[in-house]
Ligand binder design. Sequence first.
Ligand SMILES: NC(=O)C1=CN([C@@H]2O[C@H](COP(=O)(O)OP(=O)(O)OC[C@H]3O[C@@H](n4cnc5c(N)ncnc54)[C@H](OP(=O)(O)O)[C@@H]3O)[C@@H](O)[C@H]2O)C=CC1
Ligand SMILES: O=C(O)CCC(=O)C(=O)O
Ligand SMILES: [Mg+2]
Length: 739
Amino acid sequence: MSKIFYTKTDEAPALATQSFLPIVKAFSKTANVTIETKDISLAGRIIANFPDFLTPDQQISNDLEELGALVKKPEANIIKLPNISASIPQLKEAISELQGKGYALPDYPDNPGNDKEQEIKSRYDKIKGSAVNPVLREGNSDRRAPRAVKNYAKQNPHTMGAWSPDSKTHVATMQHGDFKGNEKSLTVKDATKIKIELVRNDGTTKVFKEAMPLLAGEIIDATVMNKAALTTFLKEQIKDAKDKGVLFSLHMKATMMKVSDPIIFGHAVEAYFADVFEKHQKTFEELGISANDGLESLFSKLDQLPADKRQEIEGDIEQAIENGPDLAMVNSDKGITNLHVPSDVIIDASMPAMIRNSGKMWNAEGKPQDTKAVIPDSSYADIYSATIDFCKKHGAFDPTTMGTVPNVGLMAQKAEEYGSHDKTFEIDAPGTVKVIDLNTNETVLEHAVEAGDIWRMCQVKDAPIQDWVKLAVSRAKATQWPAVFWLDENRAHDVELIKKVTTYLKGHDTTGLDIKIMSPKEATEYTLKRMKDGKDTISVSGNVLRDYLTDLFPILEVGTSAKMLSIVPLMNGGGLFETGAGGSAPKHVEQFLEEGHLRWDSLGEFLALGVSLDFYGEKNDNPKARILGDALDSATEKFLVNDKSPSRKVMEIDTRGSHFYLALYWAEALASQDKDQELKGVFGKVYQQLSEKEEQIVKELIECQGSPKDIGGYYLPDAQKVSSAMRPSSTLNSILDTI
Ligand SMILES: NC(=O)C1=CN([C@@H]2O[C@H](COP(=O)(O)OP(=O)(O)OC[C@H]3O[C@@H](n4cnc5c(N)ncnc54)[C@H](OP(=O)(O)O)[C@@H]3O)[C@@H](O)[C@H]2O)C=CC1
Ligand SMILES: O=C(O)CCC(=O)C(=O)O
Ligand SMILES: [Mg+2]
């Protein structure tokens, strides 16, 4: 029998699920829809990958692997909540929490000394970073703000910080020597295998890939980030931030670009603390300190030193901060800077948050200040500089009047940069990296490289491109809005893509549609102007821009990307329904643990479930499931109209209260429909009970707040403790038990 698979993930969404899923299960049971949970949390993935270190009762199935197979089947129907894409410091924290709970897991070997350690490291490296989404996303992405969400934002506008034309905030990006500048690309004619190798100047060779298969029609590109150009650029920016009196902030994606970006982050840490790293190089080496892991990890390793040595280094770090430009802060109360943890500042969320906040980030005093947003690689930096320039010229956007920008994103089958991890290498000695076509033995792409350069190759297969063009045309038809392909004719990879897009568009009837191709900068300017004028424009983009744009526009338009409908129509016919476009909101967990209030907004989950039930009904010829889905959509609209989203403040309705209201409206919609009398009967009673007990339930859901919560862990909290923390209303629980 087919099922809806619901993912168990991490942090705030995982907490929220403990409250929402019992409601979902109770309601869907009435339509014979089975919901099965699959554990893809960071802790779950670690446990599943190390059975040989664990006792039989600790071992669990590899749910991610199972879902990875399911997404290739037509019956797939998965609700995917956001999960942690772990940086190395997070991975180490999770391992240590699990070890403390009796799981005899090996430590993460930073510098593997033998084959066994190397094997352990490679198992962990598959878990680190963005290790879930690329496996599940066997389709392209369709992310948009439903009309009801947009209307809600127009009537209840979120705050938008005013912009001044004199703002000193700006984007700094490399002018040469970066991934964009060095990119080379080609389309593979016939299926083949390639070898990737570094031929060092000393005559030795290192093979990176022995025989990697490529399909006919695949686009490959290779490029390199030159270390010398990067470090020179970073030093200049540090000096310039100091001279201009703006904050220094670094924006990148060390989680998703899990091989390249931690290295780039490390160079920024070393550039800012150049004197410290030079003076204490030997000690840092002895302690196994890697700048790539950030300041927090560095500080924790200093604990191993005698007090006087530790104080000396800490003093030198303080001095460097004193001498350098002000650093943007992640948490000024706790002294956590932008350079503390590589996963604390993630560009898709950090840049829009800054743009919403008058272009300011927080300084060490906890005050907003103009900032230099350093985005080392220039491939996509233009979109943020164009947005900042637009705000300086026209002021902040007005959520009550602005248009909407949905996205059709190319991401299937690890498209583009997001699939580059196993083909990204930090170069150990000068030489030439060659990509050799094994059919012809010809070198098809090559780069001269220096030690420390980051070389990478990306792929995008032809079938996903065809599917992406088709999805773009169908969204353009459904909306009659202009659709813009954000592709740059001056970028090697995009040139190849443009050829395919132009060809595949010819295979569709596009009469009356307005479909354009523009560079990211032009597309930003065109789209922002329309957006300001209240006009809607579809962005059709590659994978990285998909990620950036589906946070940027939603955050400006509706305050958070949590309110997005995020569908992944799987290429083999199934459906993956993501819950919003944002992440796992660690800040929300912090608040919940401190004061028992969870502000996570599950709207994206309501929207995803609505589509999933509908899809289920259609696939399984189950009209009751469709009625549940329709009723859920009506409930979500009423939820928005009545403004029942979680408040940010303690002792007001939080995530749990918002779930109660959704259940109330869902039951009401089912009680008032006439298509299915059985459902009408069941939910008539449920609605009556829920509405009679509204006051009591809300009281129970608010009175439980106001004190610290112990859930028995962070990465693997105690299931019982979480469940009781997230389901504190016995009145609501007992009504759900009657369904
Ligand atoms: N699909 C996925 O699996 C994704 C996973 N991630 C992962 O999530 C983690 C955190 O990433 P980060 O970049 O900090 O981004 P997040 O999206 O988790 O958080 C950024 C901010 O967005 C707001 N926000 C996000 N979701 C919600 C929500 N449902 N309700 C209310 N507000 C929300 C919060 O703002 P405020 O503080 O103002 O409340 C939050 O602090 C990382 O491990 C990252 O890799 C990120 C994106 C997608
Ligand atoms: O997979 C990840 O790490 C993040 C995904 C993401 O941010 C997105 O798809 O918008
Ligand atoms: Mg994103």
